[in-house]
Design a binder for this molecule. Sequence first.
Ligand SMILES: Nc1nc2c(ncn2[C@@H]2O[C@H](COP(=O)(O)OP(=O)(O)O)[C@@H](O)[C@H]2O)c(=O)[nH]1
Ligand SMILES: [Mg+2]
Length: 495
Amino acid sequence: MPGEDGVEMTGVDTIVAISTPPGRGGIGIVRLSGPEAVRIAGALVRMRGEMEHARARRAHVVDPRRRAGTGQEAGTGRDAVGIDEAVVTAFFAPHSYTGETVVEIAAHGSPVVLEAMVRGALEEGARMGLAVRLARAGEFTQRAFFAGRLDLTQAEAVQDLIAAQTLDQARVAAQQMGGAISQRVTPAKGELLHLIALLEAGMDFASGELDDVEIVPPAQIAAAIASVQEPLTELAASFRRGALLRHGAAIALIGPPNAGKSSLFNRLLERERAIVTPLPGTTRDTVEESLALGGIPLRLIDTAGLREGGEARATIDLAEQEGIARSREALADADLVLLIHDATQPMTAGEMEMAAALDEPGVGRPHLLVENKVDLLGVDARSDEDAGMGAGGRLRTSALTGAGMEALRAAILAQLGAAGAVAESGALNNLRQQEAVNETLAALRAAATANESGLPHEMILMDLHAALRALDSLTGATTPDDILARIFSTFCIGK
Ligand SMILES: Nc1nc2c(ncn2[C@@H]2O[C@H](COP(=O)(O)OP(=O)(O)O)[C@@H](O)[C@H]2O)c(=O)[nH]1
Ligand SMILES: [Mg+2]
């Protein structure tokens, strides 16, 4: 039901909800959004003067027993006996979060008072014949989206920010709330629209009276498609990096006993966590510790060594056998495996087998070969120049001197694909976004194939429109008018 002086869109319900978490708190906020927000709030609180845009006003929360049936609205609060004090802030449409008029009533955080206000809003609404109801979950943000205040990725970022568990996650969400993803997509979308406009204009004219419009050559179409694909492929890859930032990665150290796994484990952690002795088989169980590398939360797993198959089983006690079994489990769970080799020893058949297994497509997993104990090779391995990345992509380290550790850390981050994960702005954050971009890329590939096979432009356009729809689903935008506008702006109609 529209308000009497309904300047805003009529037929829109005014919604109300407690916006602070359930339970008692130092402060509690009741939020209203919609055309009647000011009138409803005026019945709930008494304050001096009128509400002003973005101005916090002191007020008293009206006792429902005094309010009922009195029909009192905002008036002087001289003899007001409220049930709480409050600070009331109004944001007039369209300059608010939702784009509608929003009123926030911040009271002390008593659930009794907050609930009385919400109930009061519904009762007063009914009494005045206004459409007021409880807000559904996420409805304020949904209204912000429908009002064009936020795109879909920004709306999702609001939720991500609230759910953030680390400051890094909050930073990423804040960037995205500012439209980082949309900004990243905008140039690619612009190029896509340009290409669509070009092809559609060509078709319109070809079928019409003008026939001096040149057909866009396939090479130009291919180049245009490629230039849309490139940034979107980059964007798709950002999901993996972003996921790394959110969920981290597990890294297992494996290799023969005494290669220096536990020593390297301690070096990476920069503290003596795992027990190191000159005796093979010291590490019986898997030892797991967390560390942050380049902002990525990592789980580092030290394992009991994997013994040679030929080694007499009887010489290995049961505890170590169990440890070896757990090593294999750790291996299966690891996102990255560090294969530690003792540089003073020949490569055993077992190690070569393991390296080959890790290389196997499908079942293998990302790994790094680390030659440890290079200090014993007679070279001066105190510095990173003599250690670090050696021939054949092997890392050379000394857990004893610390040489090569920086190179190892860098190689771990590079192998995880984590380089730049922290600094990256506008990384994809969820599966929906990832799927929208993948769908766009699939449609672009189809368009490229259609172009290569010399199919008519109608066919290419179908794929390009599918790509545009998918890309638009990322930000939630719709664009047929955009396409029209582009046609006229990029093509001289009077030619
Ligand atoms: N010289 C030298 N000794 C090392 C190095 N790394 C480990 N060690 C020694 O090798 C032995 C076995 O190390 P440990 O970390 O327990 O090996 P793990 O069985 O693979 O966990 C210990 O005596 C370590 O002090 C290294 O880089 N240089
Ligand atoms: Mg060990």
